[in-house]
Ligand binder design. Sequence first.
Ligand code: PMV
Length: 330
Amino acid sequence: MDESFGGGTTAVARAHSNIALVKYWGKRDAVLNTPAVGSISVTLDALHTDTRVTFRTDLGDDEFLLDGRRGDVTRVSRVLDLVRERAGHGQRALVSSTNNFPTGAGLASSASGFAALATAAAGAAGLALSDRELSILARQGSGSAARSIFGGFAEMHSGVAADGSDSYAEQLLDSSEWPLSVAVAITERGQKSINSTVGMVESAATSPFYSAWLDSAGDDLVEMRAAIAARDFARLGELSEYNCLKLHALMLSTRPALIYWNAATVAAMHAVRDLRGQGVAAYFTIDAGPQVKVLSLPADAAAVQAALANVPGVLEVRGSALGLGAHRLE
Ligand code: PMV
């Protein structure tokens, strides 16, 4: 127990961010937050969120601090409500999270944040949940968070059940089973303009490419599973870039257009293609933000980071190995 939190029941958890190689965009059910398509990601060791949850009898409302500042408690309370329902009590909670990277700028802070919240909240409530149950819980905060329960390579299933019970992630490989490197080129430190939940709804409603996106997702998942099983890095990388650019084509064809790139984002993409021209196996992927993540084998990580650091507009480059799943810190 932690006295600074008034002696309530406390748990602390760490979860790492993840980057999808085959991405999801679109919801099957907005209330349950089930994705319209499956996805496959790698968990990133270098980017994490630490979250402390304390349930207390003397609070009228949940309180949420993100990096020391009061944050939006709505989605946090949604996850806490599910935990309270299972634990059979109505105690409100103090939640305090810290990210070791910029929040809300396309570095998947919601993925690490809600995976850490689900793990800490279940722990503070005294619930012994399986990883699958934690994944389902984390999903209801943010779809990508369902994958950050697991380390290494994870696959998220869209599921078909009306109650969302088969919409969870599973581990494909542990981080030690296929060590890869990811260089994260940060091109902007501010908050992104349109959050993914809003952007997804707009794409589904307005883009003529949305049905093609849904129809082609299954093929990408099959091919990515095969590339991972065969440890075929070139196939994994080529497919990651293709899937990323297909997503951004969907975003660009949304009305109004979702343009998440800036000049440095585009310059970094060209730098990665130039590296390949020089024989370095490096492949980019980009989420709903301006940052560029570059996959390589560990032996090429230093060359990739140096090339990205030279790109005009790149503010910082962080190297990462593949990370662990969400876990308690005591
Ligand atoms: O679940 P969210 O709101 O974090 O949305 C994730 C959207 C992408 O990062 C673009 C794709 C993905 O699968 O992570």
